[in-house]
Design a protein around this ligand. Structure first.
Ligand code: AMP
Length: 493
């Protein structure tokens, strides 16, 4: 099937051709004709299937006809996260190059002022997260009575994030006669109830069985130890030995772990950025941008931040933690192998996580292969003995030393890394890394001390930012600069 057969306008078809798409994806082929004929659509599709274009392209076509009403948006798209909303805006920019439409992005973390100004000038398309949309409505800045087409995207994610009451409120603010497109990757009973309530006689389009995984993804399990430092070491090995790694998302279950793992990877010389819900909007956008452009090929992320992100060519997904909810596994690994490309996913499994693994395998309806020994075959003492000695192999290699695991033991540990661009990109220029020794001594006495302590065989704790699991007592070796300043006592009167 070609795009020409779907009934899209010429302007839209030209934009699609300019984007380089030759054939509609299954969700596009199935949904677009129904959207154009003004039917409500219930779309069951994961991200990565091309579902954003499945609603954006017919929306643009429909917006070409009909009259723009002053200051009243005609279409409203609801997204669970700011990033997803920003991605939909990017889609409008890409597919709407031949249209002169005004699009407003109403998301948290950005100033109300700019958004207000845009609304006042009049917009055709609103893309919003539920909370911020309601904030604008309550401030009396927004009229939703002109909305003809409503899109509720990632409904199951909205449910996870507790947005359903907001969505129910918003739906009451838009006309009953509107057309509704409702997308969800899965259809648990609560989502089905909402679909029944919001949609009128919908056409159901489903591109993959709920909770199925794409066949383009090679999935592997990797047995590791229970301790964080063991898991970090396993992850580093996996990244170093990965074949065809272009870029990767590393998923953690907790925001705190995102931050810790991110810092650890950086300390080990990997070019990594972090993304989680507690970061402010600018930091999140900056992190995503550096990942998208390839400047930072590793993204360490939590589920909330990373679900649904449109990052076209992720070659690898690493589950640093096995997800608590089996469905998250499907979403996480769905970040790779998108739009027909191949991808690889690796899930770290440690003792005690067998139940979570069983739930995943049950959900996806197939066992996942182990890479290397299974959890039962893995020697249990390996990690703990290293912990007892307090010397991880990586520590002895130093913080910024970058070698592949195969280089170990060949006496090359101090050589700069030749391979693994994921690591190389993290490195500052050599001059910056290694100032002349005298300069180091005068500028950074603490580091010098620490280097010596590591030469001695790492007796005692040295650098606070080292990837170590030993607790720091007091300030450790670090003496804050203000304590070193000379103090002049005031003369007594
Ligand atoms: P989505 O499921 O909307 O997140 O889209 C996944 C990716 O597929 C995005 O990077 C789109 O740019 C891309 N895409 C969408 N439609 C097509 C198509 N017909 N052919 C090739 N790639 C597409």
């Amino acid at each position: 099937m070609s795009f020409a057969e779907l009934g899209l306008s010429d302007k839209v078809q030209q934009a699609v051709a300019a984007a380089g798409y030759t054939e509609p994806t299954p969700i596009q082929a199935q949904a677009i004709p129904h959207v154009l004929s003004r039917r409500d659509v219930l779309g069951i599709a994961q991200t990565g299937t091309g579902k954003t274009a499945a609603f954006t392209l017919p929306m643009l076509t429909l917006l070409e006809s009909g009259r723009a009403r002053a200051r009243m948006p005609r279409t409203l798209i609801l997204e669970p996260t700011r990033e997803l909303a920003a991605q939909v805006e990017d889609n409008f920019d890409k597919y709407g190059i031949n249209h002169r439409l005004s699009v407003a992005l109403l998301i948290g973390g950005m100033s109300f002022g700019d958004q207000d100004a845009k609304i006042t000038r009049g917009v055709d398309v609103l893309i919003a997260t539920p909370g911020r949309l309601l904030d604008h409505f309550e401030r009396g800045k927004l009229l939703l009575t002109g909305v003809e087409l409503l899109v509720i995207d990632e409904a199951d994610r909205m449910l996870d994030m507790g947005f359903i009451p907001d969505i129910e409120r918003i739906v009451k603010l838009v006309p009953f006669t509107r057309q509704t497109l409702f997308f969800s990757a899965t259809m648990p009973p609560e989502i089905q109830r909402l679909a029944d309530a919001f949609l009128h006689n919908p056409v159901k389009v489903e591109v993959a069985r709920a909770a199925s995984t794409a066949s383009t993804i090679t999935q592997r399990l990797v047995a590791t130890g229970r301790e964080d430092y063991e898991k970090r070491e396993t992850l580093r090995e996996l990244i170093r030995n990965a074949t065809d790694l272009q870029n990767a998302i590393v998923f953690c279950n907790r925001k705190r772990d995102v931050a810790v793992l991110h810092r650890s990877l950086q300390n080990h010389g990997f070019a990594a950025v972090a993304l989680h819900g507690d970061m402010d909007q600018h930091a999140r956008m900056a992190a995503l941008d550096s990942f998208r452009t390839g400047e930072m090929p590793i993204l360490v992320a939590s589920d909330v931040a990373a679900r649904g992100l449109d990052i076209p060519a992720v070659s690898h997904v690493f589950n640093y933690d096995i997800p608590h909810h089996a469905e998250d596994y499907v979403h996480r690994i769905g970040r790779t192998g998108r739009a027909g490309r191949s991808g690889q996913s690796f899930t770290l499994v440690s003792p005690g996580e067998e139940k979570s693994l069983a739930a995943i395998e049950k959900l996806i309806g197939q066992p996942v292969e182990w890479q290397g020994p299974t959890l039962a075959e893995r020697p249990q003492s390996e990690g703990s003995s290293r912990r007892r000695s307090g010397r991880g192999e990586d520590r002895s290699r130093g913080r910024k030393v970058k070698v592949r695991s195969s280089d170990r033991g060949r006496g090359r540990a101090e050589e700069p890394r030749e391979e693994a661009p994921v690591a190389r990109a993290a490195q500052p220029p050599r001059e910056e890394r290694q100032p002349p020794r005298e300069e180091q001594q005068s500028r950074r006495p603490r580091q010098e001390r620490n280097e010596r302590s590591s030469d001695r065989g790492y007796q005692g704790r040295s650098r606070r930012d080292e990837d170590t699991d030993e607790p720091v007592i007091g300030l450790g070796d670090h003496v804050p600069a203000f304590l070193m300043r000379p103090v002049t006592a005031k003369k007594a009167k």
